[in-house]
Design a protein around this ligand. Structure first.
Ligand code: SF4
Length: 412
C-alpha cells in the first residue's frame, strides 16, 4: 500500500523513548471496544475537550498528533489481529486519542479506508469526529465501494468553551449539514454526547441539537465518563461538574435524564430515529441487525423503529454451549473459561473486556462479566441513579456463586 501526504501535513513518528514512557493503554495500537475493533496508531489532539478520555491515560497534554507506527504497518496489524474477521468485525478508526479528520490525521484515515476497500472488505467502519468534513472529503468517502462507513459527529449543544473549545464555532454543525447533504452510501449519525446535567440538558439546548439531527440517518445519545481526572480538570477551570465524587467505570446518564432526552425527541417532531447505543444507530443506518445483540436487553429497544426491531429479532439467537466454546477457541481464548448462557446474554468471568467484545461481535449476542452487574433499566451505563431490585441482586449473587467456583474475577 502506498499513499502520499502533503509536506505540510506529514506527522512525526513518536521517538521510541517517548513511546516507552506512554501509559500502556495509550501504547496499545489495537484495542477491542464495544463498538468495534479500534485502530489507534496516531495519538495526540489539539481540540482540548475538557471531558476528553485522554485525561485518564496521561495524554491530554499531547496536542500534536504523532504516529506510533506507519499506516501500512497499522493496516497489517489490524487485518492480522486475532479478533479481525473480514466482512464482519466492526472497525473504528482513531477513536481513542485523536480526531480522524484533523488535517494531519485525515490522509491516514483515508489511506486505511482505501486499503481495506481495495482488499474487498465490507466491514462496518465507524469514524467519530467533530471536525471539518468538506464536500471533497465526502467525495472521498463516497468513492469507497466495499467498506461500509458511518460518520458519527460528536455534537452536544454545549456552549461553554471551557468544556468544548470547538463550541465557539459552527464547525461541527457545518460538517453535519455537508455530510447529510452529500451522503449516498456513507451513513451519518449525530452523536449526541456528552449529555450532562447543567451543561446541555435544558429544553432549548436539547431541541436545538435535535433540530441539527433532522436530516441525518440516526441520532445516538449518551452521557459522560465521570472520572476523577477529567472532573478535576474541569473543576479547576471553574466548570460545575455534577455527580460529586462518585466516580464510575461506565458512562453516567441517570434514568431521569434518559427519560427527558426521549421525551424531547418525541416532542421535537423530527423523524430521525433515536438510539441509546452506538452500534444500534450504526446498524440501523446500514440496515443490518445490531452486532452487539442489544435486543438481549429489551428495555433498550422501546424507541427503536419497528423495521430495525424486526431485523434484530430475526438475527438474535443464543449460542449453544458448544458454539460458545468453539468461538472461544477460534479466537485463541482459554476454552476452559467459565460461562453461563442465559436469557439475552452469556455470563462469563475473567475473560476481560476486550475478549468479551470479540465474542459479542462474532455471536451478535451480549457477553457479560459477572463482576460488572447490568441493571436492566440502566442500559449498560453506570449504576448511579439506578438500583438493583432484590430479585436482580439475588439472581446476580447466584450466578456469581456458580462462576466463582470456577474462576478468579478479573476486573478488566
Ligand atoms: S432492536 Fe434493540 S438491539 Fe436492535 S437496533 Fe433496535 S435498539 Fe438496538
Amino acid at each position: 500500500m502506498s499513499f502520499t501526504v502533503p509536506a505540510s501535513r506529514v506527522l512525526r513518528v513518536m521517538p521510541a523513548e517517548q513511546q516507552a514512557g506512554l501509559d500502556p493503554y495509550m501504547a496499545q495500537i489495537i484495542t477491542n471496544r464495544k463498538s468495534g475493533l479500534s485502530l489507534n496508531h496516531i495519538i495526540g489532539c489539539p481540540l482540548d475537550c475538557g471531558y476528553c478520555v485522554r485525561h485518564f491515560w496521561g495524554n491530554f497534554e499531547q496536542k500534536i498528533p504523532q504516529l506510533l507506527i506507519s499506516t501500512p504497518e497499522a493496516v497489517e496489524m489490524l487485518t492480522g489481529h486475532e479478533a479481525f474477521r473480514p466482512h464482519t468485525t466492526p472497525i473504528q478508526l482513531f477513536n481513542k486519542a485523536t480526531d480522524p479528520m484533523l488535517p494531519g490525521v485525515k490522509p491516514h484515515t483515508f489511506a486505511v479506508l482505501q486499503e481495506l476497500d481495495r482488499r474487498g472488505h465490507t466491514n462496518l467502519v465507524l469514524i467519530i469526529t467533530r471536525f471539518h468534513v468538506t464536500p471533497e472529503d465526502m467525495a472521498t468517502f463516497e468513492a469507497l465501494r466495499n467498506v461500509r462507513v458511518t460518520l458519527l459527529f460528536t455534537y452536544s449543544g454545549i456552549r461553554d468553551d471551557r468544556v468544548e473549545p470547538i463550541a465557539k464555532t459552527t464547525t461541527t454543525v457545518d460538517s453535519i449539514r455537508t455530510a447529510a447533504r452529500l451522503r449516498r452510501r456513507t451513513k451519518v449519525i449525530l452523536y449526541w454526547r456528552p449529555i450532562v446535567p447543567g451543561w446541555n440538558d435544558d429544553p432549548a439546548t436539547m431541541a436545538g441539537v435535535l433540530e441539527v439531527g433532522r436530516d441525518v440517518d440516526a441520532v445516538v445519545f449518551t452521557g459522560y465518563y465521570h472520572k476523577e481526572e477529567n472532573a478535576q480538570y474541569l473543576r479547576d477551570l471553574g466548570v460545575p461538574v455534577p455527580y460529586g465524587q462518585d466516580f464510575q467505570r461506565r458512562k453516567v446518564l441517570p434514568g431521569e435524564l434518559d427519560a427527558r432526552v426521549v421525551q424531547a425527541w418525541r416532542d421535537s417532531g423530527i423523524t430521525t430515529p433515536l438510539f441509546r447505543k452506538t452500534s444500534c444507530g450504526v446498524t440501523y443506518a446500514h440496515q443490518v441487525a445490531d452486532y452487539n445483540g442489544h435486543l438481549g436487553v429489551p428495555q433498550l429497544c422501546d424507541i427503536c423503529p419497528l423495521e430495525q426491531l424486526q431485523r434484530c429479532k430475526a438475527a438474535l439467537r443464543a449460542p449453544t454451549e458448544e458454539e460458545f466454546r468453539t468461538a472461544l477457541e477460534s479466537f485463541g481464548y482459554d476454552p476452559g473459561t467459565p460461562f453461563l448462557v442465559e436469557d439475552g446474554h452469556v455470563l462469563t468471568a475473567a475473560l476481560g473486556e476486550q475478549r468479551r467484545y470479540a465474542l459479542q461481535h462474532e455471536l451478535g449476542y451480549q457477553v457479560w462479566e459477572v463482576a460488572h452487574p447490568h441493571v436492566p433499566a440502566a442500559h449498560g451505563r453506570a449504576l448511579q441513579g439506578y438500583a438493583l431490585s432484590t430479585e436482580e441482586q439475588e439472581q446476580l449473587d447466584q450466578a456469581r456463586a456458580r462462576l466463582t467456583a470456577a474462576a478468579r474475577y478479573d476486573d478488566d
